[in-house]
Design a protein around this ligand. Structure first.
Ligand SMILES: Nc1ncnc2c1ncn2[C@@H]1O[C@H](COP(=O)(O)OP(=O)(O)OP(=O)(O)O)[C@@H](O)[C@H]1O
Length: 842
């Protein structure tokens, strides 16, 4: 069972205590000062892998002598002139670990001095650098059977501190740690990852008594890792990765929960998986803080191992779901110690805070060699860029350091190089370590000849680091930590400032450094402004799209409303027009029915009248025809009688002599002729006058009834009066008869045409084409009269007229028949004969 750790109450440092503590810590530090003067670079040569042996790879390592290594380049053309000439590249390091060195030896030589520094309140960083597949992860993390630096260091820390580890006050962060572990356990269990228990069980747990890696390791002499006996410690850990120049928290619970869901569906790459990138923020004195990074307080190494598994799982899920290649990111694992001193039973005061960072850099590789494309190419480019930037920073630092070391007036005036920390997140975060902190670099080296060129390039960069010396050793300070500074440690601030004051006696940064710092600050500000701008732009875009959506929605609603209104109006209008049309149809139907009845009666009367006059006309005409034929017959008989008398007379003349007889006969003949013509004339005139009277009477009635008073007067003036006058002038009764027949024919023609036109007007049929008709003007007048009537009529009347046209046409046909009968009874031959007879008479 675990004993509950004491609750810490933080107190302000008192100045006297602080001085004493500082002196003690400084003494402790002195023994390590020589180690910390410059960045140390170790080279670790890995053995050939199974694959390489299978491929029959040759070794690129020509020679390893003490701390020097010579590598044969694969392609000399890419190398510097020195290497080209010598056909080898030689590098010197602080120490070279051959391929047979064990993980525990590496731990002893590399990590133990840094754990000591951590206990003494010094920030430090262990950095694994090298090309891909060179053995960096193997060194930093190791495997289950061969744990690397991190698990061993954690184990060593907890083993050394044992029961001096205390728990801080309950914070949200602590709660989230428990939650994270729980989530992680669920994730791992759901993934049926059996490594979980086996990995965690293999490490020590001081509380539960699980044996430590170092429990029986007398050789390593872990007890050397001693910390001030009077101090208690709080341990926190954090884990993050830098992928495509963005920071991601590997202890992020949300991503784990998201992963948990995806795991249930089966782990497959998906575009829906999005991780929240963390922002870098500048805090006091130009320090960089990662906003939102989880720092989890831990009480035993088993807990840390679980958390480490959580982080690795998170990374693995991200790799799988984002279809990312393994180790394409830089990972950083931080272990932080807060040293506390007990001042009373329940009260503690903070002494220092320090962090040990383990950095596993992604391996550089040639894109042309691996033929990567798309997202993989972008990853590789980002990795190469950040590593190149790291190399540039190291080179710039080395050159600036050399200039400073010369202490020559002329040289010191030379322009110092600007160290490009801000060109990548990696160098920006490690700036303090590179400038001031205690750093150790492990250059992982592949022995394979196929990797020789890349190895040479990486080792050259590493060798730059080797030459660097720390500008300032910050003992017990927390200024170069890349972790967030907890608020409750504000009590340490006066002490830290005082320490910096002391350190200023030994080292005062040059004006150039200050200027650089200004530039750095400005650049950081520029970067933060850029980020704010990008955020503002994305926010503006979001707002714009929201507004657009809103406006579009409003417009859609308005249009819909309008459409509905118009629909209603349209329905109303169509209903109104339908009703109106119906009413009109009804009205027209009613009116038409009425008008149709009246029109039919009217036309029936007209028709009956016409028939009556037609019959009468026929009778009269037949009568006059008989009379005329009787007269003609009489005329023929008289002529025959005369011819007989003439023949008798000539016979008698031949029988008697003498002129006197002839003269007597001639005289008698003339007298007879005169007598005969006189008696004929008297008889015919009486008949003719009777005929004329009847005729005029019929025409008058007919015309007045059918065509009107005006037409009658016109006929009277134009035909009847001239006819009567001519007949009166004509003494010859026969000629008078012929004239009368002529007049009658003309009058018939006129009447026929007038009647046709009248009927046509009423029925809508075409008028006659006879241009010579005398009643043209009259017809026109009739048309006008009819038009006036039509204007006053309603649509119903038009409707009636059209529908009644057949009846009118039938009426017109009857009249045509009657007039044609009349016309045929007055043949042209009679007229021609009368004309001939008139001519002969003249
Ligand atoms: N010292 C060693 N002893 C035995 N095997 C090793 C050693 N170093 C590395 N290996 C093996 O070499 C392979 C590559 O190692 P590792 O994954 O650590 O390379 P890396 O540099 O981290 O690669 P990357 O940059 O791609 O992550 C692994 O299979 C690992 O087990």
């Amino acid at each position: 069972m675990s004993t509950s750790p004491p609750i810490v109450r933080y107190l302000q440092f008192e100045n006297e205590d602080f001085e004493t503590k500082t002196q003690n810590l400084k003494n402790n530090e002195e023994q390590n000062t020589t180690d910390c003067e410059r960045i140390k670079v170790f080279l670790r040569l890995r053995p050939f892998t199974v694959d390489e042996i299978a491929r029959g790879e040759k070794s690129a390592v020509l020679q390893v002598k003490e701390n020097r290594i010579s590598i044969r380049p694969r392609n000399r053309n890419y190398m510097s002139s020195e290497v080209q000439t010598a056909n080898e590249a030689t590098f010197e390091f602080d120490e070279i670990f051959q391929d047979d060195i064990s993980q525990s030896e590496i731990f002893k030589k590399v990590a133990i001095p840094f754990i000591r520094k951590l206990f003494n309140g010094q920030n430090s960083m262990i950095l694994a650098y090298g090309i891909t597949n060179a053995g960096k992860t193997h060194t930093i993390l190791g495997t289950e059977s061969e744990p690397g630096l991190i698990p061993r260091s954690i184990d060593a820390i907890f083993h050394s501190l044992k029961d001096r580890i205390i728990q801080g006050p309950k914070t949200d962060e602590k709660e989230s740690a428990k939650y994270l572990i729980e989530c992680c356990r669920n994730v791992l269990f759901s993934a049926k990852d059996e490594n979980w228990n086996s990995v965690t069980d293999s490490f020590s747990d001081p509380v539960t008594g699980v044996p430590s890696l170092f429990a029986d390791d007398k050789e390593n002499n872990i007890s050397l890792l001693s910390a001030d006996e009077s101090l208690l410690f709080q341990v926190t850990v954090s884990y993050f990765e830098i992928y495509n120049d963005r920071c991601y928290d590997l202890f992020d619970v949300d991503t784990l929960l998201e992963a948990q869901k995806i795991l249930k569906r089966g782990l497959k790459p998906t575009t829906k998986y999005r991780r929240q990138g963390l922002k870098l923020k500048e805090i006091q004195n130009g320090k960089i803080k990662i906003e939102g990074l989880h720092e989890i307080e831990v009480s035993n190494s088993a807990e840390v191992h679980r958390l480490l598994q959580c982080g690795l799982k998170n990374r693995q899920i991200a790799e799988t779901l984002c279809n990312r290649h393994s180790s394409r990111s830089h990972t950083v694992f931080n272990v932080s110690l807060k040293a506390l001193e007990k001042v009373s039973k329940k009260e503690y005061r903070s002494v220092f805070e320090a962090t040990l960072s383990f950095v596993d850099l992604a391996g550089s590789e040639r894109t042309t060699k691996t033929n990567v494309t798309g997202e993989r190419l972008k990853e590789t480019a980002q990795i190469n860029k950040s590593l190149m930037n790291l190399g540039q920073c190291l080179e710039a630092l080395r050159r600036n350091q050399r200039i400073k070391e010369l202490k020559d007036e002329e040289n010191s005036k030379k322009k110092l190089l600007l160290v490009p920390y801000r060109q990548s997140k990696l160098t920006l975060l490690f700036r303090d370590f590179l400038q001031n902190g205690s750093t150790l670099m492990i250059a992982a080296c592949s022995p394979s000849s196929s990797d020789a060129d890349e190895t040479i390039h990486a080792l050259r960069t590493a060798s730059f680091a080797k030459e660097l010396k720390y500008g300032l050793m910050q003992v017990h300070g927390n200024s170069n930590t890349i972790l967030n500074q907890p608020k409750h440690l504000n009590g340490l601030r006066p002490r830290t400032e005082e320490r910096i004051q002391l350190e200023d006696d030994t080292f005062r940064p040059s004006l150039v450094d200050e200027r650089f710092q200004d530039v750095d600050e400005l650049m950081l500000e520029v970067e933060s402004l850029r980020e704010r701008l990008a955020f503002a732009e994305s926010r503006a875009l979001l707002i714009e799209s929201e507004i657009r959506d809103e406006v579009a929605k409003e417009m859609e609603e308005a249009l819909h409303k309008m459409e509905m209104q118009y629909r209603v109006k349209l329905d109303e209008a169509s209903q109104f027009h339908e009703e109106r049309l119906e009413r009109r149809v009804q009205l027209i139907t009613t009116t038409a029915r009425k008008e149709l009845g009246y029109g039919a009666a009217h036309r029936a009367a007209e028709h009956a009248m016409l028939n009556y006059y037609k019959d009468k006309w026929e009778t009269e005409r037949a009568l006059h025809g008989i009379e005329l034929s009787q007269l003609k017959q009489k005329l023929r008989e008289r002529n025959l009688e005369r011819d007989q008398l003439k023949e008798l007379l000539s016979n008698r003349t031949t029988a008697y002599d003498g002129v006197s007889r002839k003269n007597v006969f001639t005289q008698t003949e003339e007298n007879l002729e005169l007598q005969k013509s006189t008696s004929d004339r008297i008889d015919s005139r009486n008949e003719l006058s009777n005929l004329l009277e009847n005729f005029v009477d019929i025409v008058k009635r007919f015309t007045q009834q059918l065509l009107g008073e005006n037409v009658w007067h016109q006929i009277e003036d134009k035909y009847l009066v001239p006819m009567i006058e001519e007949l009166a002038r004509e003494e010859d009764c026969k000629v008078g008869q012929l004239h009368m027949i002529d007049y009658v024919n003309r009058l018939f023609e006129f009447l026929t045409a007038s009647t046709n036109q009248d009927v046509t007007r009423e029925t809508g049929l075409e008028p006659s084409n006879d241009e010579n008709l005398p009643n043209k003007n009259q017809s026109k007048r009739r048309r006008e009269r009819r038009k006036k009537q039509t204007e006053n009529t309603t649509e119903a009347e038009h409707f009636y007229v059209q529908n009644d046209s057949s009846e009118a046409a039938a009426c017109s046909d009857d009249f045509d028949n009657s007039t044609s009968v009349l016309s045929t009874t007055t043949p042209d031959k009679v007229i021609k004969k009368s004309r001939r007879s008139r001519k002969t008479k003249k």
